[in-house]
Ligand binder design. Structure first.
Ligand code: FNR
Length: 369
């Protein structure tokens, strides 16, 4: 089906930060969709800590460096992005705006950045690809039915996606009390269209009162044994999303992953995990230069992007921030959120004496006492 190009909305005149977009989004989506978007697992400590940990890192400014001829461009797997800020996979974009994933990729193209499209997108893999003028990566949840999973991978590759992001930290959905209290359920006119026809066992095993350990859900979950099989299915670079320890980072590289995303799923799966920025350095040290390490969770300012790069990330991904933009103003809102973060990153780089990303190193930050 050919979708019409989303119509551009006005940028809200009062929005100058991600926090402003958060406020606008909250006003525009239903209370239960808001609980789904903004909530985290159980007490939401990790979701808050992802943000707070960035604020404990301070910047070491450097003056009078030559800043001529700088830029924020980054290359990952030979793919070039205007800034090291990619859009993380987020389910069900049409829950937040009628343009859904098409609005998101339109904005990403305008800002020359990449998008990771969720397995649980509300737009077909092929329709998103037709609209995209920027590298698209496909996020894969390995399904209980491995043949149908293989079909998804082949569809993504055939449609021109340029990397496969395998989410490894959510064999079961986290317990999100805020969603439970709000009675969140996907509206009947929305579905994960790419999984149509698949028998998808509910990942909400806890809500259903099923026994988890020893039950069918975890028996069919992806394991390290599946990595070689995934590798055999596709020539695309494979990234493992959801790595939080040096041990798993090393294992992921040894098993054949081409990249790592340090992520705790935005604090949505298991509460009291540490902030991602606090485990980034150990992960980078574990894999060295062998594969690119990316990081997501809690990025709300361009200075956060700078701090993640200083600790060794090749790029960051943002989740909630761009969805706030989408909810508030469709594609224009997404593009503006990326623009705001990039402007903040550029000011941070200039005032810390870095004219390009290569100049950003650990000497530019300090841990606050
Ligand atoms: C997510 N995330 C996610 N991750 C994934 O691999 N597949 C998915 O379908 C989703 N869906 C999803 C929905 C919503 C509403 C949110 C907020 C997040 C996690 C996402 O990719 C990313 O790891 C976090 O959002 C990063 O944290 P911030 O930027 O939201 O703080």
């Amino acid at each position: 089906m050919q979708h019409p190009l989303p119509k551009l909305q006005q940028i809200p005149p009062t929005a100058v930060s991600v926090g402003d977009y958060e406020g606008l989004a909250r006003e525009r989506v239903s209370a239960s969709a808001w609980a789904f978007l903004s909530g985290g697992a159980t007490d939401e400590w990790t979701a808050r800590e992802n943000i707070a940990a960035y604020q404990r890192l301070t910047l070491r400014t450097r003056v009078l460096e030559d800043l001529s001829g700088g830029n924020t461009a980054v290359e990952i797997f030979g793919q070039r992005f205007a800034a090291p800020i990619l859009l993380a996979p987020v389910a069900y974009h049409r829950l937040f705006h009628p343009d859904g994933e098409l609005g998101t990729v339109l904005a990403a193209a305008a800002m020359q950045t990449g998008v990771v499209v969720s397995t649980q997108a509300t737009t077909l893999i092929e329709d998103v690809a037709r609209q995209a003028k920027t590298p698209l990566w496909f996020q894969l949840y390995v399904q209980a039915d491995r043949d149908l999973t293989a079909a998804l991978v082949r569809r993504a590759e055939a449609a021109g996606y340029t990397a496969l992001v395998v989410t490894v930290d959510a064999p079961v959905t986290g317990i999100r009390n805020r969603e439970q209290r709000a009675g969140f359920a996907l509206p009947s006119d929305l579905e994960a269209v790419n999984l149509r026809g698949m028998r998808v066992p509910s990942m909400q095993a806890v809500d259903n009162g099923q026994l988890l350990l020893g039950g069918p859900l975890l028996a069919s979950a992806m394991t390290w044994r599946d990595v070689a099989w995934l590798r055999s299915l596709t020539r695309l670079p494979l990234l493992a999303k959801g790595i939080m320890t040096a041990e798993d980072a090393q294992r992921a590289v040894a098993e054949g992953f081409d990249g790592i995303i340090v992520s705790n799923h935005g604090g949505r799966t298991l509460d009291t995990q540490p902030a991602t920025i606090d485990v980034l350095a150990e992960t980078v040290a574990a894999v060295g230069d062998r594969v690119p390490v990316l990081c997501d969770g809690g990025v709300r300012r361009g200075s956060d992007v700078f701090k993640a790069l200083a600790l060794g990330a090749k790029a960051v991904l943002i989740g909630r921030p761009y969805v706030y933009g989408l909810a508030a103003a469709g594609a224009a809102g997404v593009a503006h959120v990326i623009r705001i973060l990039r402007a903040e990153l550029e000011v941070t780089m200039a005032l810390c004496g870095c004219k390009d990303l290569n100049a950003i190193d650990t000497a530019r930050i300090r841990h606050a006492p």
